[in-house]
Design a protein. Structure first.
Length: 324
């Protein structure tokens, strides 16, 4: 596969002029939660008018996507599609001036109030004091799961490729869709497929049926975690739809490297195991520590950070207790 490295991305050509824009992702570990240094990816269809799928977190990343696209297309891409309304996937939208920006209508729920998040994230990202404070607070929550002698750290590693939220004005889509929408990119069919509220208030995948490439947003990402048991069940159905019906050759996840079908299958096994073990182990009187011990998904630790399943179980338990 043709790969081109730039300052902040490596662009992997999955089909002619169809690229995964992969930002380096740090593996999340229980002792290093990697607060905000887990960069997000984008996808590019650089044919016809050009289409960008997600625009990353900050303007330097978004500008690099734009520059790469302009070089290949000879002009700025005319369409942006957002997979969901989380900051790390759409805050670069403002760089694509003049493009139509498309997203599912319910995504607006997650974008609301994002203006206020910019200064908060700047503080979290820029202040060692705040990071150390958070590490101490969260370290307490994960007691018993932290290997001995390794303190829980929630610290941003400052690198030259780091985030810079200067100038970000969260810019939601300008065109809302309610269902599956087919776009044309220089004769290439691009299907925008909403899959419901799974990881966020509204998730959408972008599918190139001929090229068998899927831009999946956070439906695929090693660190993704379901908020509750129902969301986990819905998520598993979406994985069934993607893997059994669409059958992609390549999946570009919201974070991390491109998935091949084998890696994708491991994500499905993980979700099945998470749901099955949670359902089998849960009782109204079980404590969180007992449940975590019973559900134990450390057999997936090769593909999935320990923190992901621990947080998933904790969150799902909290939601279940709340619903009672
Ligand atoms: Zn994300």
């Amino acid at each position: 596969m043709n790969e081109i490295k730039t300052t902040r991305f490596h662009f992997v050509e999955l089909a002619e002029n169809v690229y995964a824009a992969i930002a380096p992702a740090e593996g999340l570990d229980i002792t290093d939660a990697g607060l905000m240094d887990n960069f997000s990816n984008a996808g590019l269809v650089l044919r016809g008018g050009g289409l960008v799928c997600d625009t990353c977190f900050d303007l330097p990343h978004a500008k690099e996507l734009l520059a790469f696209s302009e070089e290949k297309l000879g002009h700025a891409p005319q369409t942006v599609v957002n997979t969901h309304g989380h900051w790390d996937h759409y805050w670069g939208n403002q760089v694509f001036t003049g493009a139509r920006i498309i997203g599912h209508r319910d995504m607006s729920k997650d974008c609301a109030g994002d203006k206020n998040k910019v200064p908060v994230f700047k503080l979290l990202h820029g202040s060692r004091f705040v990071q150390n404070l958070l590490s101490r607070l969260m370290g307490g929550q994960f007691k018993g799961f932290i290997p001995e002698g390794k303190p829980f750290q929630m610290v941003v590693k400052q690198t030259e490729h780091d985030f810079d939220l200067t100038g970000v004005i969260p810019t939601p889509p300008t065109e809302w869709i309610d269902g599956k929408t087919v776009l044309d990119c220089g004769g290439t069919s691009v299907e925008v497929i909403p899959v419901g509220a799974v990881h966020s208030s509204s998730d959408t995948v972008i599918w190139l049926p001929k090229e068998k490439v899927l831009f999946a947003g956070d439906i695929f990402a090693d660190c993704s975690l379901p908020m509750n048991l129902d969301a986990a069940r819905r998520w598993l159905k979406v994985l069934d739809y993607i893997l059994d019906e669409l059958q992609p050759a390549f999946i570009v996840p919201g974070h991390g490297e491109v998935y091949d079908p084998v890696r994708a299958e491991s994500q499905r096994s993980y979700f099945r195991a998470l749901i099955d073990r949670f359902e089998q182990s849960y009782t109204d009187t079980i404590t969180e520590q007992e449940l975590l011990k019973k559900v134990d998904l450390s057999d997936f630790v090769d593909h999935r950070p320990r923190l992901a399943w621990i947080m998933a179980v904790k969150t799902m338990l909290k939601e279940k207790r709340k619903a009672k």
